[in-house]
Write a protein that binds this ligand. Sequence first.
Ligand code: FE2
Ligand code: FE2
Length: 200
Amino acid sequence: MEKLTHNIATEILHKNMLNVNLRRHCYAVSVAMRALYRYFKKEGRNESSVNNLSEEDWGVVGLLHDADYEITKDNWEKHTIMLLDWLKVYDVHSHIVEAFKSHNTKVTHLREPETLLEWSLECVDELTGFIVACALVKPDKKLVSVDVDSVKKKWKQKEFARTVSREQIEQCSEKLGISLDKFMEVTLSAMQEDAVKLGL
Ligand SMILES: [Fe+2]
Ligand SMILES: [Fe+2]
């Protein structure tokens, strides 16, 4: 079987998701996941999902976590189930499969998040959305105009981006061992580096 690489993941995403903004969400989570992988590596975090996977693998998890979203959005119980079905013909590491199982688990009940990979996806999925919202209220609507202080300021305004679950993001300290400030910094700088691709 063919290994699930970044290029194959991109093909799967583009084939099944046509909306550019939805794709950009997947790109954002992907670059953030890659940055988190590098962070954990540098910190010497000794955990299987870090030790036995590569930066590319973590990026693939971000890229594909919502790949079936456009098709399943009115059929929520199928979200991730359909993706897992597509991936059956590829050689995919068990940690990656588990991460997808944990993604929509409140609905699918497939698997509670456990590993650093899974908790990273759980927390950063929402944070990328919050950071996009922070960029869109800047006069130039650019990520380059956003800094951690402005994200923190918006964080305290409960009415701002109120559909984003701050509680879900704040789990980063307990589940990932990263302070909220650091988590924002790592995610924001990763997104800024890929700003053009994110349309911001
Ligand atoms: Fe999702
Ligand atoms: Fe998502």
